[in-house]
Design a protein. Structure first.
Length: 333
């Protein structure tokens, strides 16, 4: 398995960051795979995959480049530059790291990604970094930017929840939940970053960044010994789709929207997370939460600068009532 040794200073200075470029690379990887992991991704693919395929059909060299850059076990480094982690940067600022890659280093990086020689005409192409940046700009403009405000809310909500989890259970609990089965805190300063047999790396003094994306897949990257990033699929992401099943009787009792909020609160969520997951306005979510609080069905507590809501015992009993979903049907929120 591949693991990093995390120094105390690196762990103490680590942070969660947003990256429009990482979100765009994740979108490109999903388009390249052509299959979604959940209904939200599949709906997004249905809307954008035909145009993406037409775009690559018009530029065969770009199609070869994407296929090589997204290798079976490794990404070409210039496709996934490590964020700076010094304040949020725009997509335009971030994609310059791809465009400004030294052209002579592109083919060797592609060889690592494909695990062998890079075929012509990629080997002799002089502008591979520029080409890949142009593809990413198309993916951002056509498939991510129109939905970026909602995606950003989801990503910010995930960071809020992860930060709260960190304050409750420490790094072991927070990291084990990022990429179940792949990312795992091993103890003794060791962080498993994937299940492959790669040599360990030392992150003793570098900056350690955690970057959420709404795709179902993540990756790791690093820049020398200075910056290391774990890009991970955020919880909920675009998978919420129609929302969880709500017993019809519960929807009738509370109203469909309010019941939808209640059933989501088995795990603590913030107001911003509920806004992102439900699509309701901030004011509407706040009013529903107040009713649920006044009824004693949910509770709120502070975790750092965030306020999280989850079930009280009464709320759990109501949602989990033995006949809640039998003989009454369910509705989707």
């Amino acid at each position: 398995m591949g693991w990093w040794r995390i120094g105390t200073d690196a762990l103490a200075g680590s942070r969660f960051v947003l990256s429009p470029l990482a979100e765009t690379v994740a979108a490109l990887k999903t388009l390249h795979a052509g299959s979604g992991a959940h209904p939200g991704e599949r709906a997004w693919l249905a809307a954008h995959l035909p145009a993406y395929r037409r775009r690559l059909a018009a530029e065969p060299l770009d199609a070869l480049l994407v296929r090589a850059a997204i290798g079976p076990t490794w990404n070409a480094d210039f496709l996934t530059p490590t964020p700076l982690g010094e304040g949020e940067r725009s997509f335009t600022e971030e994609v310059m790291a791809v465009r400004e890659t030294e052209p002579s280093s592109a083919v060797p990086q592609l060889e690592v990604a494909v695990g062998g020689p890079v075929p012509e005409p990629l080997r002799s192409a002089p502008d591979l970094p520029h080409r890949l940046a142009t593809v990413l700009e198309w993916v951002w403009r056509e498939t991510v930017l129109p939905d970026w405000p909602r995606r950003r809310r989801i990503l910010e909500a995930d960071i809020t929840a992860r930060t709260a989890q960190l304050s409750r259970g420490g790094w072991a609990a927070a990291l084990d939940e990022l990429c179940p089965g792949k990312l795992r805190w091993l103890g003794d300063g060791r962080l498993q970053v994937n299940a492959r047999d790669y040599p360990p790396r030392s992150v003793e003094a570098g900056r350690l960044l955690f970057v959420p994306v709404t795709s179902a897949k993540g990756w790791v990257s690093w820049e020398g010994s200075e910056r290391f990033a774990v890009v991970y699929p955020c919880s909920g992401a675009l998978a919420d789709g129609g929302g969880p099943a709500v017993p019809e009787a519960l929807g009738t009792l509370l109203g469909r929207a309010r019941a939808g909020i209640l059933v989501r609160l088995e795990s603590p969520l913030s107001t911003s997370q509920l806004v992102a997951l439900t699509g309701l306005g901030l004011g509407s979510v706040g009013r529903h939460l107040k009713v649920l609080l006044d009824a004693g069905l949910v509770r709120r507590r502070r975790a750092g600068r965030s306020v999280l809501y989850d079930w009280t015992e009464a709320g759990a009993v109501l949602v989990r009532a033995p006949d809640a979903g039998r003989g009454h049907g369910v509705v989707r929120t």
